[in-house]
Design a protein around this ligand. Structure first.
Ligand code: ATP
Length: 343
């Protein structure tokens, strides 16, 4: 069985980390075939008239699977964000962002093991903004019962399937009584069917403080769109930064795997970006193929890559953002050399 994956290299450090990730996935023997499609500024550079060309969307709809580098949206160019558009068009409503301490990566915390689950399709990202009159603008925060219910179900199902015990909803329902109120109530109602999982609630500001004080007290963090965005970067900071934080966006029929980080223009083209976050996203993709298409080879490859990068990090092979000296390609080589325990 071979799986066709749409590869979207993206912008900035995207092509560098995508290429390194693809090399490691191929070296692991993962049964993947690649179809490369552009998005972001790269799409405009290649002559498309949109940052998210229809051919890219169609390829994902056809194959149900994409590995995506970060995409830049030109500021003030009249384009809406590629990432937001992709998630909305494909109804990739559930983002899963695991945040875990890594041996060999020194941080202020040990034993962090959290998953941020972010609602991906509405909230303040609905893109409804108005200029009411000169000097007065508004951005509308949207919550729908359907989206609140499905992300709640998704979080509890994820908890069950991954053997996790607790979901903490982060909200500001004391201020945004209708929108965050609906989000919170949906989680409470859904919890009736998932009594084996503990449900906790935190007002987002107090929750941030408590996560920083004791991340080990949290398990799954369930957030609406904007809170999930901010919380993902906050949690990334607990374990070594954006270079080690992967992500997956799931819809009913499609899944797009991408790192939490953006295109990092400050280090683009220098060959120093850490490809690990996208590589970890690739491992999530292999586990998804194992789970949903019953492909055990994918499961074995995922395990082999995870063991290899863990070993590399333990042995001090890492990129500059983690305090090491390797560039993007050299780190990918270090992982490849350790596949199968270092042949
Ligand atoms: P966006 O606003 O597009 O979501 P972001 O807030 O996630 O982006 P990034 O562009 O990803 O921000 O990067 C923030 C900083 O983190 C960058 O300046 C860069 O130095 C660092 N960074 C991000 N990703 C990586 C990576 N893969 N390897 C090394 N450093 C990284």
């Amino acid at each position: 069985m071979t799986h066709t994956c749409v590869l979207i290299p993206g912008d900035g450090i995207g092509p560098e980390v995508a290429d390194a990730t693809k090399r490691v996935l191929e070296a692991s023997g993962a049964p993947l075939e690649w179809v490369s499609r552009p998005a972001g500024v790269a799409a405009l550079d290649q002559g498309h008239d949109a940052v998210l060309p229809q051919t890219t969307v169609d390829a994902i709809l056809e194959h149900g699977l994409a590995l995506k580098g970060p995409c830049t949206t030109p500021v003030g160019g009249g384009f809406s964000s590629v990432n937001v558009a992709l998630r909305k068009t494909l109804q990739l409503y559930g983002a899963v962002r695991p945040v875990r301490s890594l041996d060999g990566v020194e941080t202020r915390y040990q034993d962090v093991d959290l998953v941020v689950i972010r609602e991906n399709t509405e909230g303040l990202y609905a893109g409804i903004e108005n200029e009411i009159t000169e000097g007065v603008v508004s951005s509308l925060k949207v919550a729908t019962q359907n989206a609140c219910d499905r992300i709640s179900r998704f979080a509890f199902e994820f908890a069950r399937q991954s053997g996790r015990k607790k979901v903490t909803v982060l909200h500001k329902a004391n201020i945004m009584k209708l929108s965050d109120g609906m989000f919170l109530k949906a989680a409470q109602a859904m919890h009736e069917s998932y009594q084996d999982i503990v449900l906790e609630e935190r007002i987002i500001d107090a929750g941030c403080m408590q996560i920083v004080q004791g991340p080990e007290n949290f398990d799954i963090l369930l957030c609406e769109n904007l809170y999930g965005d901010v919380m993902s970067d906050l949690c990334a900071g607990l374990v070594g930064g954006l270079g080690v934080t992967p992500g997956a966006n799931y819809g009913a029929d499609n899944a797009v795997f991408e790192a939490v980080h953006g295109s990092a223009p400050d280090i683009a083209g220098k060959g120093v970006a850490n490809p690990l976050a996208l590589l970890m996203s690739g491992v999530m993709m292999l586990n998804h193929l194992h789970r949903t298409r019953n492909d055990e080879t994918c499961g074995r490859c995922a395990e082999s890559i995870r063991d290899a990068y863990n070993l590399a990090l333990r042995e001090g092979a890492m990129t500059g953002d983690l305090g090491g000296s390797l560039g993007t390609e050299a780190f990918a080589d270090a992982v490849i050399a350790r596949l199968g325990g270092g042949r």
